[in-house]
Design a protein around this ligand. Sequence first.
Ligand SMILES: [Zn+2]
Length: 417
Amino acid sequence: MTSTLAFTHEVAERFLRYVVIDTQSDPSSPTCPSTAKQKNLGRLLAAELKEMGLADAHLDEHGYVYATIPATSDKKVPVICFCSHMDTSPDCTGANVRPQIVKNYRGGDIALPGDPVQVIRVADYPELNNQIGNDIITTDGTTLLGADNKAGVAEIMDAAHFLLRNPQIKHGTIKILFTPDEEIGRGVDKVDLNKLGADFAYTMDGETAGTIEDETFSADGATITIEGVSTHPGFAKGKMEHAIKIAAGIIERLPKDACSPETTEGRQGFLHPIGISGALEQATLGFIVRDFAEAGLKDKEALLENIVKDVMKGFPRSTWRMEVKEQYRNMKVVIDRHPEIVNYAIEAIRRAGLQPVRSSIRGGTDGSRLSFMGLPCPNIFAGEHAFHSRLEWVSRQDMEKAVQTIVHLAMIWEERA
Ligand SMILES: [Zn+2]
């Protein structure tokens, strides 16, 4: 079955409206949302949803936006939620975003006008080869764009608008959820799943058009604390054991050509130092550990522990401890219990005129935590590319395909109910 729906889109216009609102999150802030400015976008979205006719649309005190699109079908259809995050990465500034549109892209590298160093090269982003004739939205090169994840936000908003304008389209109850602080790993900390009341969910936060991701990394954090032996440096011979030097020795022993972010891809995991602090007496090393399989995580943690033990042999009077904390788990085990979630999404992508591609995420999403909280939640493409950077881009046409995928997906859940 192919689409006979007469789609009209305002997704790019919505997107341009949202990206100029700075919603950068801040990992050092203890509040939720981590930055109050995220609520500026939340308020706008809640108001736009209300204006569309969604009576229950609201922004809550924690910075989450909830809304319900009422069912148009009498069938008992599972309640489906579409979810995107409103914040942008702390890695790259999101203030004063000035979007640029390359209309009817003819191929070739895209130079960004605000900074001559910033060029989106086809060699780095070969997906540009599939964008000929499309309208490509970039920044001026001085900020990130925020397509991660305002493309997803705009797509869900546009799909809601389309469904509300076309009540003849049959679908069950659809929930909309916009979250703060995904980029700092706190996107679902304060989500109220009872209030949301959804059976299954989809994040709209993937990259290339056509992709559906039902797998994420499993993730742990590891902290190593070293207690060295401090003495006056003038009288230290044979006594001092320097915690900073021990820490440096551990980093030095990490594998050089494997097991790191810069040497792995596809389904390979890694062990990655993310912080080091210390003085003579005590030093702390922070790591993140990533793998698609639990066993892979344990292997990497054992490798780290063995390196530490080995280095510590040279410092007999110093002590150490290693603490491993679970961060999130591969959502595939949860999603596989309900194969229809992914199968319907694949069918929806096909009906939107795309070739579905199933893949895995070398990272986590709100969906991985939602899945383990009881709301199975794979990730559908939003069209965002080069996220967390000044070279970030998205095309109007890919966003439109994502809107169509949402609409078809809502229809498929109703058809199969
Ligand atoms: Zn994202």
